[in-house]
Ligand binder design. Structure first.
Ligand SMILES: [Zn+2]
Length: 686
């Protein structure tokens, strides 16, 4: 062992609790040398698989391939987790330095001639190998991974393909770092009584906490671009000028001239993706991306989006008329602008449904909602979550839980990182520090959920909005997909499914949070302990469809722009700001709704490739999920044991070990139908 190895905690066996990384000992400087070694080690493992003189067999090729590179996977999981949740200038520099070499290693792996020869030989005779269904699935999946990464390209094309992938990886990293820089760099300082007109107590407290997090003098209050500050600010602030200012900063991320400008970055990404697709023989990137999805084609995606776009615009127009009537009744000047929508929607919501967001939040303290998650997971799947406060993660706010199955056996580890920080990317996501797999290694999953809730002030609980609570449940649904995974091979584990299937377990889980009985049990006033009153529940239910036109237009507009941008066949990517404006004009996006995910900060599209030409997946999964939940409704009990067992066996535990359409049919007894999704969004014709 060299001295570098012996001193680098990343290269030691992680012998801490549950095999968690020794977070406290790790510094940014450890990563580059550790990655260097891990890549070299993985290359040696792959060369050894390829160099075997024995004829290729499933065991000596596929199973070995699936077991290889574990040190590298471990490092990547940890590194990207820290880079997202607790980054630093040093980690960011490392991330930029690593993007190219990691992409190059990926290309090297999947263009390894000797390795692909063995995989391909097995693939050609796959029906004669006597494999069980999971082994066959792994063989088909890995073969497709090779082909989609360029294994079949001619040598000169492979060289160019690898260059394209390397450059794309650098651009993706740059894009994400630019968005974070614009988010961190902005704050709206609220001064004096006039600036806080209309803001409820919870928002004032959160704004004070955000100011203190940023080291501002006591008594300061700031609105940052964190969703849990900016969205309530746009909802409540009576200062139209400040709403406009905050809105423009929010939708202007990545479009500020200078070092963080993402316009050229996004354009170059589109250009290179187009080249990537053409090397594979596809006319556009969307064709390449969609070939490996449930939807399968642009036509299928466009068909689904068109089923909601016009009805959603109609619903949004009716909502807009109600907001404009409200403006006029208050003597406020038309037109309704994009920074006004949430503000007047809240007023209409209050008037029509007597529902006040500020009245709702005291019943949704974070801690109680976390207990609601665990309770639902327990009643559905028999899981138990035990807090292990003595186990430290990478930040004091991250809570570590041991997850046990109904029989008491350790099922996995769950890390919950709920609060916004200036060194954390925006949004909410699930990731794994370790994936569940067997294949001779018996790995238990270590799963993270990240949210960006504004932390309650010192001594005060963190109060969630109904939307925040939905996000909490959504990410936990992904978390369960990782924790319940019960497959043989790492490549088929947990959330590594086709991406228009991956939002099924997460969106489905949101249904339990909206259930009245669950809410009566867990949604209790943080001061009095009183359960949420029936009257408030009734109001929440009545208001559930309110503003759905707006929400659906907002989402679908982003999905349409994504599909359009990745359907272009010209070699040169478009100037994205102009392209977005023209596309939305053609589709007739209402100006008062506005674009929320502008292309210059649309991380789903440009911080990586997994959602490129794939923003539609939420709607696709919603079809599956709305229809899937109907199975519980039909059974007359949302915790029905039989349906829950099928759900676990067919959906949450199978990962990618089954074809997703077949998995859904095994759960539901038939293919999904669109009706329940349209109904749940209030888009069925009356
Ligand atoms: Zn999700």
């Amino acid at each position: 062992m060299s001295s570098v190895t012996s001193l680098n905690p990343l290269l030691q066996d992680w012998t801490g609790p549950y095999g968690l990384p020794p977070f406290a000992e790790i510094t940014a400087a450890h990563f580059l040398p550790a990655f260097e070694q891990a890549i070299a080690q993985h290359r040696a493992e792959l060369d050894a698989i390829a160099a075997q003189t024995d004829a290729p067999s499933f065991a000596n090729t596929l199973a070995s391939f699936d077991r290889s590179g574990r040190l590298l996977t471990r490092l990547e999981s940890l590194f990207y987790s820290l880079a997202a949740s607790a980054t630093s200038p040093e980690l960011q520099a490392t991330q930029r330095a690593l993007a190219g070499p990691l992409a190059a290693h990926n290309s090297w792996t999947y263009m390894h001639e000797g390795l692909f020869k063995r995989v391909d030989a097995l693939f050609q005779q796959r029906q004669a190998l006597g494999l069980d269904s999971q082994a066959l699935r792994l063989l088909e999946r890995v073969h497709l991974d090779f082909v989609r990464a360029g294994a079949k390209l001619a040598a000169a094309e492979q060289k160019r393909y690898a260059q394209v992938m390397e450059r794309l990886a650098e651009l993706n990293t740059q894009f994400a770092q630019n968005v974070l820089a614009d988010e961190t760099g902005y704050q709206l300082l609220l001064q004096g009584e006039a600036d806080i007109a209309g803001l409820p107590d919870f928002l004032l407290a959160a704004a004070a906490q955000a100011a203190s997090d940023r080291g501002l003098p006591a008594g300061s209050r700031v609105i940052t671009l964190s969703r849990s500050l900016i969205v309530p600010f746009l909802t409540f602030s009576e200062r139209r000028d400040l709403r406009e200012q905050a809105w423009r900063a929010w939708v202007g991320r990545g479009e500020n001239a200078g070092a963080t400008d993402n316009r050229a970055v996004a354009q170059e990404i589109l250009t290179l993706r187009n080249e990537q697709a053409r090397l594979h023989g596809h006319a556009c990137y969307a064709d390449y991306a969609l070939a490996d999805t449930m939807a399968g084609s642009r036509a299928a995606v466009a068909g689904l989006l068109s089923q909601v776009w016009e009805p959603a615009k109609t619903a949004a127009a009716a909502e807009q008329a109600a907001l404009e009537a409200m403006m006029q009744s208050l003597g406020h000047a038309l037109p309704l602008q994009a920074w006004d929508w949430r503000f007047y929607a809240e007023k209409v919501r209050k008037a029509q449904y007597d529902l006040d967001e500020a009245e709702v939040k005291p019943y949704f303290p974070l801690d109680a909602m976390v207990q609601a998650l665990f309770d639902c997971a327990g009643r559905l799947f028999g899981l138990r979550f035990e807090a292990r406060p003595e186990v430290a993660a990478y930040h004091p706010d991250v809570l570590v839980y041991e997850v046990q199955d109904a029989d008491g056996r350790l099922r996995g580890i769950f890390l919950h990182d709920n609060f916004a920080r200036s060194i954390k990317r925006s949004g909410a996501w699930m990731n794994a520090l370790r994936l569940q797999a067997r294949n001779g290694l018996d790995c238990l999953p270590i799963i993270l959920n990240n949210n960006n809730f504004a932390k309650g002030a010192a001594g005060q609980p963190t109060l969630l909005s109904f939307d925040d609570t939905r996000t909490l449940f959504h990410e936990f649904g992904h978390g369960l997909h990782g924790l319940l995974s019960d497959v043989e091979f790492e490549r088929l584990s947990g959330t590594q499914v086709l991406r228009d299937f991956v939002e099924l377990p997460s969106q489905l889980f949101e249904h339990w949070m909206a259930d009245p009985a669950v809410l009566k049990k867990h949604a209790r006033h943080y001061q009095t302990g009183e359960a949420i009153p029936d009257a408030l529940l009734a109001k929440l239910k009545a208001a559930a469809l309110f503003n759905q036109g707006y929400e659906t237009v907002r989402y679908t507009a982003s999905a349409l722009v994504d599909l359009a941008a990745h359907s272009l066949t010209e070699a040169e990517g478009p100037a994205v700001v102009d392209f977005e404006a023209k596309t939305m004009a053609a589709y007739g996006l209402p100006a008062a709704v506005g674009m929320n995910h502008r292309m210059t900060h649309f991380q789903h599209l440009f911080s990586g490739s997994s959602y490129a030409a794939g923003y539609y997946v939420y709607l696709w999964a919603e079809v599956l999920e709305a229809d899937g939940f109907e199975a519980f409704v039909e059974a007359g009990d949302i915790f029905d044991a039989g349906v829950a067992k099928r759900l676990r066996d067919c959906i949450y535990s199978t990962g990618n070990s089954r074809e997703p359409g077949e998995a859904f049919r095994a759960f539901r007894g038939r293919d999904a139908v669109v009706g329940p999704m349209l109904k749940s969004r209030g888009l069925l014709p009356a």
